[in-house]
Design a protein around this ligand. Structure first.
Ligand SMILES: CC(C)(COP(=O)(O)OP(=O)(O)OC[C@H]1O[C@@H](n2cnc3c(N)ncnc32)[C@H](O)[C@@H]1OP(=O)(O)O)[C@@H](O)C(=O)NCCC(=O)NCCS
Length: 182
C-alpha cells in the first residue's frame, strides 16, 4: 500500500440516465435513487483510495436543492476531501443535465464518511492524502473542521439526553403544533 496518494488518483464520476422507473408519484426522480447513487460513487472513490473494501459510516446532510426530471443525465463527482486514520471523507457534488437544452442544475452536495475494512473485518489504516491545489487544502481543512464540530455535537447530544427534563420540555412545546395526551 502507498503511504500517500493524490486526490486525483481516486476521483470518480458516475453518470446515469434517469429512467421512468426511478420516478415517484409526483413524476420526479425519487430521492432514494439519488442517495443510492451517491453511496455507490462514494464507495468507488473510497475503495480506490484505500485499495479495498469500505463501509459507509455516516452521511453529513443531504439537501435536495432542485428536483430531478425523468430523461435527465445525473452526474455524481466524488473525491477524497479528508483522511483520518481509517476513515475518509468523500465530498460528492451531484448535477443534473437536460440533454435537449443542456441546462445543468446543481442538485446535491454531501459528505460521506467511509471506513476502510481489512481482511479481519476491522477498520484498517488508509493512505494519507497529497494536497496539490488550494482547493485540495481548503476541502481537507473544511472537512477536518466539520469532523471536529460533529464530535462536539455528539458530546452535546449525549449530555442533552442525560439532562432531559419532562416538565421543562412540556413548557418548551407550548407553542408548537402538537397535542400531548398522557
Ligand atoms: C463504521 C464502523 C466500522 C466503525 O467501527 P468502530 O468500531 O466504531 O471503529 P472506530 O471507532 O475505530 O472508528 C473507525 C473510524 O470511523 C470513524 N467513525 C466511526 N463512526 C463514525 C460516524 N458515525 N461518523 C463519522 N466517522 C465515524 C471514526 O472516527 C474512525 O475514524 P479514524 O480512524 O479516521 O479516526 C462501525 O460502526 C460499523 O460497522 N458500522 C456499520 C456500517 C454499515 O453497516 N454501513 C452501512 C452499509 S455499508
Amino acid at each position: 500500500m502507498q503511504d500517500y496518494k493524490t486526490v486525483e488518483s481516486s476521483q470518480t464520476t458516475l453518470t446515469e440516465l434517469m429512467i421512468p422507473s426511478y420516478s415517484n408519484f409526483g413524476g420526479k426522480i425519487h430521492g432514494g435513487i439519488i442517495l443510492s447513487l451517491m453511496d455507490k460513487v462514494a464507495y468507488v472513490c473510497a475503495a480506490k483510495h484505500s485499495d479495498g473494501y469500505c463501509i459507509t459510516a455516516s452521511i453529513d446532510v443531504v439537501d435536495f436543492l432542485a428536483p430531478v426530471e425523468v430523461g435527465e443525465l445525473v452526474s455524481l463527482m466524488a473525491s477524497v476531501n479528508y483522511v483520518g486514520k481509517t476513515s475518509m471523507i468523500i465530498g460528492i457534488k451531484v448535477i443534473s443535465e437536460n440533454v435537449r437544452t443542456h441546462v445543468v442544475k446543481h442538485t446535491n452536495t454531501s459528505y460521506f464518511t467511509m471506513v476502510a475494512i481489512g481482511e479481519d473485518h476491522k477498520p484498517k489504516q488508509v493512505p494519507g492524502l497529497i494536497l496539490k491545489s488550494q482547493d485540495d487544502i481548503r476541502r481537507f481543512s473544511q472537512a477536518k473542521n466539520r469532523r471536529e464540530l460533529k464530535a462536539t455535537y455528539k458530546r452535546d447530544e449525549a449530555s442533552i439526553k442525560d439532562e432531559f427534563n419532562t416538565a421543562e420540555c412540556l413548557i418548551s412545546l407550548r407553542d408548537e403544533r402538537c397535542q400531548i395526551f398522557q
